[in-house]
Design a protein around this ligand. Structure first.
Ligand code: HSE
Length: 431
């Protein structure tokens, strides 16, 4: 049997998982590929740390040139993450004739055009299944099996860390900081967990899915984004009382005015499949015009689930399947016209609003008046005061009917400037 050589750049949590599969499952992979797939080099700036994986001598290097100069290496896996040096590394790998497999959502969402054009110019491919949804084959599903469909809607939980934190807070009463630390310990979180909890990771994944599934080319920085760092235990309790669970949702929806895109903590009805996705699990609900609803669910983060997607891409690259998909999809191609993105101010939906207000006559009327003047209709009101003393502020929860995003934000702005309002209003969408 021939041997085909593979290299890995970036030996962190996911790299360790990839090495474990490539070194530990050689027979199975050879069976799938019809050739021996040999991991020959791993490059990382830290060659000293014990990662608990036994590597053949000479495999680990801190010199990328060892990989670039080896013309027998057919496929290289980039797991450095972030923009630089990952961007330069991918460009030099492509230039040296390697096909690239990456999990780098930040880079794809930011410089997809540049690196895909480079791959096209060198007649190579880039595969990125692990960039969205960890081990869930969502990129493959949209790129191949669902090609007969125009996508109508996509609704997704694509950040394992956030879903884990929300689950811990709801089910165990864990405080926010402890849940973040635990997600880091389990290898779910980004190097900088702020990227998870402030919604950046989710919005970058949404930008990739919006391009792949809807042909939009959003600037991820322009997509409306709220993270779970605004969610408090009290919101989880109130949501439950109202029949909902809070999930960080990424949404893309085709409308006559363009693709609607946003990321927001969202109240999802407790009896729906999306609400019941727990821990680091992710779910992507895709609605296609022919197929209807498709739900893809699985581990969205962590060492082996993410490595599963990467090794799958390596196998596809060696077999030539990745190149066929890469050549036919023309992703991030300059000449390809982009689908219009809907003006975020025109997005319509129901909202959950939590106010912290002085508990005195006229306050509710003042807030309701501002909502009314912005054409926002109230569906229900809940008020709680933990301390019965007259001076303590009250938590006021208002659920609204469908309103325009522009009106909702303007109303919140006005309300937050009132003397009777004691804190910044928390807003979440309601499905
Ligand atoms: N930090 C990410 C998550 C890892 O929690 O989902 C996968 O991209």
């Amino acid at each position: 049997m021939d041997t085909v050589k593979v290299a890995l750049v970036g030996f962190g949590t996911i790299g360790i998982g990839v090495a474990k599969i490539l070194l530990g499952q050689q027979e199975r992979i050879a069976g799938a590929v019809g050739r021996n797939v040999k991991l020959v080099r791993i490059c990382d700036k830290d060659t000293q740390r014990d990662r608990g994986v036994k590597l053949p001598a000479e495999m680990l290097t801190d010199d990328l040139n060892v990989i670039l100069n080896d013309s027998e290496i057919f496929t290289a896996i980039e797991l450095v993450g972030g923009i630089e040096p990952a961007r330069s590394i991918i460009l030099s790998l492509l230039k040296s004739g390697k096909n690239v497999v990456t999990a780098n959502k930040a880079l794809l969402a930011t410089h997809g055009g540049e690196i895909f054009d480079a791959a096209r110019s060198y007649n190579r491919s880039i595969s990125f299944e692990a960039a969205v949804g960890g081990g869930i084959p969502v990129v493959n599903a949209i790129s191949t099996a669902l090609q007969a469909n125009a996508l109508c809607q996509l609704q997704a939980i694509v950040n394992g860390t956030c879903n884990f934190i929300l689950t811990q807070m709801e089910e165990r009463g864990t405080d926010y900081a402890t849940a973040v630390a635990e997600a880091q310990r389990l290898g779910y979180a980004e190097a900088n967990p702020a990227m998870d909890v402030n919604g950046t990771d989710t919005v970058q994944k949404l930008a990739i899915l919006a391009h792949l599934g809807f042909g939009a080319k959003p600037n991820w920085q322009d997509v409306p984004r709220t993270g779970i760092d605004t969610v408090e235990a009290i919101d989880i309790v109130y949501a439950k009382r109202l029949g909902y669970r809070i999930k960080l949702l990424a949404v893309a929806e085709a409308t006559p005015d363009g693709v609607e895109l946003y990321v927001s903590p969202t109240l999802v009805r407790i009896d729906t499949p999306v609400a019941n996705v727990r821990d680091s699990f992710n779910i992507i609900r895709i609605v296609g015009d022919a197929v209807g609803d498709v739900l893809l669910q699985g581990r969205g983060a962590g060492e082996l689930p993410t490595a599963s997607a990467i090794v799958g891409d390596v196998i596809d690259t060696i077999l030539g399947r990745a190149k066929i998909t890469f050549d036919t999809l023309n992703l991030w191609k300059k000449e390809r016209p982009a689908t219009k993105i809907k003006n975020p101010a025109e997005i319509c939906g129901k909202n959950y609003l939590r106010f912290l207000v002085e508990d005195r006559p006229g306050v509710l009327a003042e807030i309701a008046g501002i909502l009314g003047r912005h054409k926002i209709s109230i569906a229900s009101v809940l008020q709680q005061q933990d301390n019965e003393s007259n001076n303590s502020p009250a938590v006021l929860i208002i659920m609204t009917h469908v309103s325009r995003e522009g009106d909702t934000l303007a109303a919140i702005d006005t309300i937050d400037s009132l003397v009777c309002v004691r804190g910044k209003t928390v807003r979440m969408r309601v499905e």
